[in-house]
Design a binder for this molecule. Structure first.
Ligand code: C2O
Ligand code: CU
Length: 536
């Protein structure tokens, strides 16, 4: 996969720097079966000579620590003009994605879907569709980074210009012209998913966005959630709307609702509505500068076709074609209601893992984390856990330093956890929502609540062990969340906010999991050494 800038107009507005793969954004979907080995050759041809990496979001990298793609943690970043071979086994089915783990490169396009098919799948379906949501900036990632990491931003994330489904969206051209950006409605497309009547589809939904959460729905349809971040879900909940934050994934079986009155053309809008509170740190920015259209619905079309069923299998994987916006008359109805006339939103706490294995009802080690924004020595507001913004080591990746028993840099010092222990993380958040992602693990969400009377307090708040298991959880605004995982995967693992600007600013920590086991059993791979040696 070659990474380089190309130009394009994902939402109709011309941008001459889209960081894609093989000239495409999103990058190619990687599909594999459980038990396969994935091998990807990454070739860095980024014209302005930036380093890059790829992280395989949700993959545990058991025994393949150097493939995790975290720059300066699991590997030296790949320099311009070089290649790196990533190679790892996939052991779990589900919906994953990959993205750069260098600066804010993924906000500029370096993302793709990674699908692992199970044998057999847990729920019957005839076909599937993959929808990758993203928010999109007209400014370059460099411009956004420079602004964000200056006192001027006051720690506020750059505000996205529009939202995209599978790399397509719509920005009002009249508004773009006022900003002297070239915009062409001829370039505004939306994906059309052609599907068969009387067939059951699995929709895989990925939020590959930089900061935005979306409410996802399909007009006239109900969504039965069967997967959360790669984990098959039991007791599927049937809902109208699912909220999804950056880094998260869901799969649904899609059913037409019983009170669905078919429109003439058999076309329904698929909607991803930007959740404004996910951009809650925008005080000071003039929201009136942004027309409502920008923070409204991002749409695609579900199109029932009644072709000969013998062609059905061709439709299963390549279902996307493009319709121009102007050709589509949106159907009148908003998402169809439940039979009782209500709109039901997915509550993730209603979902438990299909394997029925609950969280351990105890923990050995607990870390208490407060989300905090602090001013650094340059007057820049930095996102952090516990008031210490993380900074990446400059010299060697943490993993290599650890194996070589070198002293670890202080602002990236890992928290030690011992092999087999049950780890509990308590996160208290007095600010807006943050999607928190843990590398190397799925975790159980054992509790969540609002901070009415202050922090999480075990003497007041109840936890539960039979809740949802996932790899990215939102700690809601002015709320706390408690998660648990078993430290059975020796490695250096990152835990960070998946709002990419917060990750850049320092809302990151690392775990050194079973460091003793690592030092005894793990050696730096030849490929990892080779990449580091490219830096001279
Ligand atoms: Cu999806 Cu550390 O990332
Ligand atoms: Cu955050």
């Amino acid at each position: 996969m070659e990474v380089y800038y190309f130009s394009g107009s994902p939402d109709g507005v011309y941008k001459d720097q889209i960081l894609g793969i093989n000239g495409k954004f999103p990058g190619p979907t990687i599909e594999a079966d459980v038990g396969d080995t994935i091998e990807v050759t990454l070739i860095n041809k980024i014209q302005d000579r930036q380093n890059t990496t790829l992280h395989w979001h949700g993959m545990h990298q058991r025994g393949s620590l150097f493939e995790d793609g975290t720059s300066q943690i699991a590997q030296c970043p790949l320099p311009y003009g070089s290649f790196q071979i990533y190679k790892f086994n996939v052991t779990e089915s589900g919906t994953y994605w990959y993205h750069s783990h260098v600066h804010s490169q993924y906000t500029e396009g370096l993302v793709g879907a990674l699908i692992v098919h199970g044998q057999p799948e847990h729920y019957h379906h005839d076909g599937e569709l993959t929808l990758t949501l993203s928010d999109w900036y007209h400014r370059t990632a460099h411009e956004n980074e420079r602004w964000y990491l200056s006192p001027e931003s006051r720690g506020i994330s750059p505000f996205p210009d529009s939202g995209l489904i599978n790399g397509f969206g719509r920005y009002p051209c009249t508004f773009a012209q006022l900003q002297n950006r070239s915009c062409n409605i001829e370039n505004q497309n939306r994906p059309v998913f052609n599907i068969q009547r009387n067939a059951t589809y699995r929709v895989r939904l990925i939020n590959a966005g930089a900061v935005s959460s979306f409410n996802f729905s399909i007009d006239g349809h109900l969504l039965e959630t069967i997967e959360v971040d790669g984990i098959a879900a039991a007791k599927p909940a049937v809902v109208n709307v699912v909220s999804i934050a950056p880094g998260q994934r869901y799969s649904f079986l899609v059913f037409r609702s019983s009170n669905n009155i078919d429109n003439d053309e058999g076309r329904y809008l698929v909607r991803a509505t930007l959740r404004k509170e996910s951009l809650s740190l925008i005080e000071g920015q003039n929201i009136n500068e942004y027309p409502e259209a920008l923070i409204g619905d991002v749409t695609a079309v579900l199109n029932y076709v009644d072709e000969d069923l013998s062609q059905f299998h061709n439709l299963v994987t390549e279902t996307t074609e493009m319709f121009s916006y102007r050709e589509i008359v949106p159907p009148p109805a908003y998402h169809q209601l439940q039979a009782n006339g209500q709109v039901v939103y997915l509550n993730e706490m209603d979902l438990s893992p299909l394997d029925g294995i609950p969280a351990p009802d105890y923990f050995d080690t607990e870390f208490s984390i407060h989300i905090a924004f602090v001013s650094d020595e340059n007057g820049v507001q930095r996102a952090s856990f516990n008031g210490t913004p993380f900074s990446l080591p400059h010299e060697k990746p943490l993993l290599i330093s650890l194996l070589e028993e070198e002293p670890l840099p202080i602002h990236s010092f890992p928290l030690e956890i011992s092999f087999g222990s049950v780890v509990q993380l308590v996160v208290n958040n007095p600010f807006g929502p943050h999607p928190l992602h843990l590398h190397g693990h799925h975790f159980w969400v054992v509790g969540a609540g609002e901070m009415h009377a202050g922090d999480y307090d075990p003497s007041i708040h109840q936890l539960r062990v039979d809740g949802v298991k996932r790899d990215t959880v939102v700690v809601q605004q002015r709320s706390w969340v408690v998660i648990r995982f078993v430290a059975d995967n020796p490695g250096i693992w990152t835990f960070h906010c998946h709002m990419d600007w917060h990750n850049l600013g320092g809302m990151v920590l690392t775990f050194a999991e079973a460091a003793d086991v690592l030092r005894k059993e793990v050696q730096v791979t030849e490929e990892a050494m080779r990449i580091c040696s490219l830096h001279g």
